[in-house]
Design a protein. Sequence first.
Lengths: 347, 347
Amino acid sequence: MDALFAAQQKLMPEMSELLKKRYQILQTISLEQPIGRRTLCEVAGATEREIRKETDLLRNQQLIQMKTAGMTVTSQGTEVLDKLKVFVREISGLTDMEVQLQAILGISKVVILPQDSDEIPAVKSHIGKEAARLLEGLFTRYKKIAVTGGSTMAAISKELSNGKPDRALQFIAARGGLGEDVLHQANTIAAAFAEKTGGSFKTLYLPDHLSAEAFEMMMKEPVIKEMMDLYDQTDVVVHGIGNAEEMAVRRHSSLEEVEKIRSGGAISEAFGYYFDKDGKIVYRIRTAGIQLKQVQKASTILAVAGGGSKARAILSYFKNAPNPTVLVTDEGAARKIIELIKKLEEY
Amino acid sequence: MDALFAAQQKLMPEMSELLKKRYQILQTISLEQPIGRRTLCEVAGATEREIRKETDLLRNQQLIQMKTAGMTVTSQGTEVLDKLKVFVREISGLTDMEVQLQAILGISKVVILPQDSDEIPAVKSHIGKEAARLLEGLFTRYKKIAVTGGSTMAAISKELSNGKPDRALQFIAARGGLGEDVLHQANTIAAAFAEKTGGSFKTLYLPDHLSAEAFEMMMKEPVIKEMMDLYDQTDVVVHGIGNAEEMAVRRHSSLEEVEKIRSGGAISEAFGYYFDKDGKIVYRIRTAGIQLKQVQKASTILAVAGGGSKARAILSYFKNAPNPTVLVTDEGAARKIIELIKKLEEY
DNA sequence: TCTAGCTGGACGTTTTTTGTCCCATTAAAT
DNA sequence: ATTTAATGGGACAAAAAACGTCCAGCTAGA
């Protein structure tokens, strides 16, 4: 970092935290605008008084404006956001952590966003936005994109900008699961991606859990076979990473399954596969969906997951993750991962 | 200024004041070390609590250390002072003001130091230090230096660093006045300069006010004549600028003299000359001392004066000041001068 | 027309800051 | 050797600021 900034922080140590806090608030407003005070409190994880104090200041500084519909960021505000982006990352030590994580996880690129999405819901949007930007950067080269479900994936779809539509883009639901909340399943996400980008989408309506016979039968259906072929041609895979047990519960897995997952020591889950602490596959849902081999064949894989609670899962999944994977995560998860690694090294 | 800093200040407007305050405290400690809390309060013009709060912070930041003898600046502290020097000047708008003043006063160089020496006594030391540094820069080229009296000049002598002694340096008392406080008269100052730099000094012990006859008589004395010759060879003149009336009072001038000064509309005083608002000479003390013509012949002239109360005097003196003059002043005086000029322009 | 969500005002209750002592200690001066 | 004047640190009541929390009035959109 610049020596001048170092000196500045030496003389004003409180500056760092203050800057981060205000930046985060301003950024959240920018993302959710127009947004009211109360709503902002919840989404930014702060008390009403605090939000009020800061937003009053931001208004006096002409960085935001307050209308009856809610608060909006002014042009000056977006400019400030833009100018300070790198700086905030720097003083949060995010750049350093990104390099560390790249080494730890053995992948070529990690993007870390400030704060912890477990504590501050708005961080999920920030992650979504960053992932959306990265994904958009791939659109010119790659057109066949497989997407999974989950709230993180939903956040990405929200942040995809409706730029010039690209009809060639094709979003493929990576799994046919109906176990989850409709808004967060792969099918819905694929549709949302397609709508935002002007592309098309392919869905797969099949329950996650099928008996062996039913499964075999279905796989012979032309509609399903077609999807299987698409998976083979996939250029990009975008997926979240979940905690094994949480996912099992959310999917209403049978007791038998839960037992397998538990006894196998499963920690993480991604596109229907359960991994243990060494990244070995413990169990996979018998479902129509993308296969691990097919994922590994993709040119680029975008793994998106944030929050301290996801740290162990991320670490587990990346033990054997394909090399071209890019991870988008947040500070909370990143710090926890580094902490876990340090503890491991001590023993 | 850098766009990044502008954005930073937009988001944290309180930063600017805070930085200036802490910097000033740290700088004062650096200048007066070792210094105790109480003493620092007086010299920095702040309450005990405030000083205490800030010094506690500075200590936690390892910029100063507290011993029983007083507070001292650590090596980190001096480094921070050094790094932030330009920055503090920038955010105080001093650089801008310097350019403005150069134009207003019609001279080539102005140096402005933060704060107002009327309010904060320590600022006088800062002015002294800056003037001392400038003067030291001239030592290699110029050896014959005429100095006047006054508390400002005394401040310079205090801040002259005892670097490698230069026996060739010669400090000449510009006037022989005995009217003032001994510590602040030209003779004492010349001696102090010489002691700090390892040079020699020439003094002139003659009362300021002499009858015409006595004056003529004395001028024929060889000791005096020698001084007069020295004035002709002077390379550098360092002088303060005073308020006319204040000086008259301090010098215990006769009623007759005071009347002349008053009726002439004298505003400023420098090396025994009194100037009115247009820079015209209203009166001069009949004394053995450097002549205005001799001052004008010098290669460099260093005028040093600070504090809002000196603004009018500075403006008055510089109406006709020699071009190669360099002015060292403070923010208080500078702002007041610019304010006065603005008012003048309005009418 | 109605309702949900927005801002701005208000106010009692903490929490922090502030002003002001005194005290033991130490280094210098007598 | 003794005094003196300065130092940092501790303490505490008073003042000020910050905080949590409510309500009123308004506006945009359903």
